[in-house]
Design a protein around this ligand. Structure first.
Ligand SMILES: Cc1cc2nc3c(=O)[nH]c(=O)nc-3n(C[C@H](O)[C@H](O)[C@H](O)COP(=O)(O)O)c2cc1C
Length: 275
């Protein structure tokens, strides 16, 4: 049933949008038409398209605090992540932070952006507020800030075996996988582009570490795995080369650096240095 209020809102909303279009005003961000995709809140559409909630640009932790608590953490509680947490980490990893050219949070040689980001989601791994994301592998699109399902099913065990049975891969509700299309960078820079791609995945990996630390989450950069198996598990095309797996989870023991302990460490190092 359409209420009088809903009817008026629809009419007025449509009229305002028509006026805005006529005088060349942009549509208000975060207030899409009722038919368009959501922008601020997350939403899961049939067919495995996930509109991620809009990333936050203000957090509760300073950069210094995030740096001080960055650690490779490998023991997890087994609790799910929330969709907004995954959204935030994906944005930090390789999201758009410049809206003229669509440049990203990670620096990129010649802005060639060779990386692709996947999330392998375990059963009951990510809670949306209404239920859990279907398990499988999903590919991140930084420009629309969406995830699109590539493969369905519980892939975490396969990923664990492809990563030489490192327990932290098996235990995480989400594993991010970074892959690279070298050609995007080497066609401009030749062989030197290969090192640029490796530098870039390091930048993206550090973004994940710092955002995870700022949210009280755990991660670890993993380079030891069988490339071909990982490519197959995530459902990536042959031109993509997996470079990093980064589990994302809730830590059993978050890492914390004590200021006094850092001071004592630096002091004793200086004493040893002066001997
Ligand atoms: C290129 C690279 C590859 C790594 N591969 C693995 C890995 O396969 N498995 C793992 O548990 N940790 C891996 N690590 C994490 C390191 O073991 C970790 O960074 C190091 O022990 C220092 O600890 P911290 O990160 O807590 O400072 C890797 C780190 C880097 C930079």
């Amino acid at each position: 049933m359409v209420t009088r209020r809903a009817f008026l809102a629809a009419i007025l909303g449509g009229a305002l949008a028509a006026v805005a279009t006529f005088i060349g005003l942009p549509r208000l961000a975060g207030r899409p038409s009722s038919k368009g995709p959501p922008v601020t809140a997350g939403e899961v559409r049939p067919g495995g398209l996930v509109y991620l909630p809009l990333p936050r640009l203000v957090g509760e932790v300073t950069l210094e605090q995030a740096l001080a608590s960055r650690r490779s953490i490998r023991e997890y509680t087994g609790e799910p992540l929330e969709l907004w947490e995954l959204s935030q980490v994906l944005w930090a990893a390789y999201g758009v932070n410049e809206v003229v050219h669509g440049f990203k949070t990670t620096p990129s040689a010649g802005a060639t952006y060779p990386l692709e980001v996947y999330a392998v989601i375990a059963p009951r791994g990510v809670y949306t507020g209404e239920g859990y994301l279907e398990p499988g592998s999903y590919k991140y699109d930084p420009h629309s800030h969406t995830l699109r399902q590539v493969r369905r099913g519980d892939l975490t065990g396969e990923l664990y075996r492809a990563a030489l049975e490192q327990d932290w891969v098996r235990d995480a509700p989400v594993n991010l996988v970074f892959s690279a299309v070298y050609e995007r960078t080497t066609k401009r820079y030749g062989e030197r582009g290969v090192r640029y791609v490796h530098m870039e995945v390091g930048h993206a990996g550090q973004n994940v570490y710092l955002q995870a630390a700022a949210l009280g989450l755990a991660t670890v950069a993993i380079g030891a795995f069988h490339d071909d198996k990982v490519r197959e598990i995530i459902g990536a095309p042959p031109e993509e080369h997996p470079l990093y797996i980064m589990p994302l989870a809730r830590p059993i023991t978050p890492y914390h650096l004590d200021q006094a302990k850092l001071q004592a460490y630096i002091q004793s190092s200086r004493l040893a240095h002066n001997k």
